[in-house]
Design a protein around this ligand. Structure first.
Ligand code: ATP
Ligand code: MG
Length: 556
């Protein structure tokens, strides 16, 4: 990962200068999502960057739906975006806007350009326009309609608006420069005819502004001072500047580009995510294997872990990819001190303590978080039979195996020292029960006589255990291995979801609620799934395992 210097990032430097020069009195930024899908981790970066700058400069942050394209937008997406931006903690206060609310003003801006001789109605077809545009090495040719009079253009544009023409029959183009080395400046289309209902304006309009014309106007109407977007718009900046200059705004906004956030080997593009959702490969836009904000929330990530992650990524002018383990590092750090540490057995096998009184149950105190004593303690019921992890017992252990095997003594966490005395198997030789004796003198897991055990394992009392499910995740598509197979199908990881339906968790979790987060000792951080959990059955999503080889790059 590339490290940004601790000094101010390049966007802050630009804003500092604008303030010093008197070009900017109050900073205003915005997040302008198109409501055509759910937001993902890349959008989180943009949201927190824009919101963070507004906060830092005591300015304003606007949320604006960029809904000028009537084809793909949906109310469901508007609702999810509002929820996700709020969840991340970016507060737009009373400044929630819709670009479609500006259609009238945009229309007037177009008229203004026509009157200035800076825009004209063109009858070329889309294919002809493309052909006339030229290439990177050849200049374009001027449209035969380029020199229409202002009066004629005004009349034709009004006809466009009044539904006189079919889709594609006429467009309004900015009159700039067909020989410009920047293709975006070769008389770009700024309005098109589209007889289509819009999710907010219905059938009021049958002409819609193009993005490159609409976006600078939206920013300018709202008094946005710094319009921060991603690098692919760098070549569009001259057009952005042209629009705000020719429409004659007194305080024109300034476009600044930064590099998109990509995660190594993880699909972030809306297009891929949409495909996974539409093909039913995942359980909706919030499937915990995705990196939409809704999915991260459902999986158990916290807003603050995402803020930390975005901060660590920094702001750059160069495209780069950040490793997913860095995101995992951030959630581990966030939960380390705050999540209760509890015992849950994911792959259970029964351990019977043959010398423990059969009808006895006692309560043993356990720390809620040994690293954070303020979280207090709880009582764990304990009796003759407990569940342990299958992998914590072996008949013939390899060297260095410190857990249970015949003859070996280990500590049951917070409980007793136990010594394995034997085991039972089924017909196929699978171990079904492990037997042991306990040392009553070692209550609490403390050595009575200074003798040491080398292993400590976790357990859950059989009599009081709560049965639950756990979902374990892996990457759904490894981008490095290719998103698509040769036949065009998605290259899916068949192990991306493991469902375990017979876990046993300690009884203190019986009343856990959606989004409650825990560390299951030795097994990872888990979160109660908000969608699959029912009144009588808890489902836990593994947010992240405990171990990581990830090291935060050294800070400079
Ligand atoms: P996608 O590329 O995933 O389809 P998009 O750019 O089409 O996303 P928009 O709704 O148009 O999605 O984006 C809203 C804002 O989020 C834009 O300002 C865009 O530049 C920013 N954005 C989108 N993807 C990223 C990313 N990966 N990193 C940072 N900012 C992003
Ligand atoms: Mg987009």
């Amino acid at each position: 990962m590339e490290q940004e210097p601790v000094s101010r990032n390049f966007i802050e430097q630009i804003i500092d200068r604008d303030i010093a020069d008197g070009d900017c009195e109050e900073v205003c930024t915005r997040f302008p999502p198109e409501p055509n899908g759910y937001l993902h981790i890349g959008h989180a970066k943009s949201i927190l960057l824009n919101y963070g700058l507004a906060e830092e400069y005591h300015g304003k942050f606007n949320l604006r739906f960029d809904d000028t394209n009537p084809t793909k937008e949906k109310e469901e997406f508007v609702d999810s975006i509002l929820a996700d931006v709020a969840w991340l903690g970016a507060d737009w206060e009373d400044r929630l806007y819709y670009a479609s609310d500006y259609f009238e003003q945009m229309y007037e801006a177009a008229i203004k350009l026509i009157k200035k001789g800076k825009a004209y109605v063109c009858d070329l077809t889309a294919d002809e326009i493309r052909e006339y545009r030229g290439t990177l090495t050849e200049p374009g040719r001027e449209s035969p309609y380029r020199d229409r009079s202002v009066e004629e253009n005004l009349e034709l544009f009004e006809n466009m608006k009044n539904g006189v023409y079919a889709d594609g029959e006429k467009v309004l183009r900015a009159k700039i420069d067909m020989a410009s080395p920047n293709m975006n400046m070769r008389d770009p289309v700024i309005y098109r005819v589209a007889h289509m209902s819009h999710h907010r304006t219905g059938d009021t309009w049958c002409i819609y502004p193009m993005y490159d014309f609409a976006h600078p106007l939206e920013d300018a109407f709202e008094g946005v001072t710094h319009s921060i977007c991603t690098l692919e718009f760098e070549d569009h900046r001259p057009l952005y500047d042209w629009v705000v200059r020719e429409v004659e705004f007194v305080h024109p906004p300034k476009q600044i580009e930064f590099a998109k956030l990509y995660l190594t080997n993880v699909v972030t593009g809306k297009r891929y995510i949409k495909k996974l959702v539409e093909e039913g490969i995942v359980d909706g836009w919030d499937d915990p294997r995705l990196v939409t904000i809704a999915a991260l929330k459902r999986r158990g990530f916290t807003p603050s872990s995402i803020r930390t992650f975005v901060d660590l990524c920094g702001v750059s002018k160069r495209d780069s990819s950040v490793e997913y383990p860095m995101l995992e590092y951030c959630i581990r750090e966030d939960l380390k001190m705050s999540a209760p540490r509890v015992m849950a057995i994911l792959d259970p096998i029964k351990l019977v303590l043959d010398n423990y009184p059969a009808d006895q149950t006692e309560e043993l105190p356990a720390d809620n978080n040994p690293e954070n004593p303020e979280m207090g303690t709880r009582q764990l019921p304990f009796s003759r039979e407990v569940w342990i992890e299958r992998e914590d017992f072996m008949i013939e252990p390899p060297k260095k195996y410190r857990r249970l095997y015949p003859g070996n003594e280990v500590r049951l966490m917070y409980a007793y020292f136990v010594t394995c005395t034997g085991y039972e198997t089924d017909e196929d030789g699978n171990v079904t029960v492990v037997h042991a004796t306990y040392d009553p003198e070692s209550r609490g897991g403390d050595s009575p006589d200074g003798r040491k055990v080398r292993g400590t394992i976790h357990w859950v009392d059989c009599r009081n255990a709560v049965q639950a499910s756990a979902h374990l995740y892996e990457n759904i598509i490894d981008e490095e291995q290719g998103v698509y197979n040769e036949d065009g199908s998605l290259n899916l990881n068949p192990n991306s979801l493991t469902v375990i339906d017979s876990c046993y968790i300690e009884p203190s979790l019986r009343d856990a609620k959606a989004y409650d987060r825990f560390q299951f000792v030795r097994n990872g951080y888990f979160c109660v799934d908000a969608k699959d959990t029912t009144l009588d059955h808890l489902v836990f999503n593994r947010i992240v395992s405990l171990k990581s080889s990830y090291k935060l790059p050294a800070q400079t």
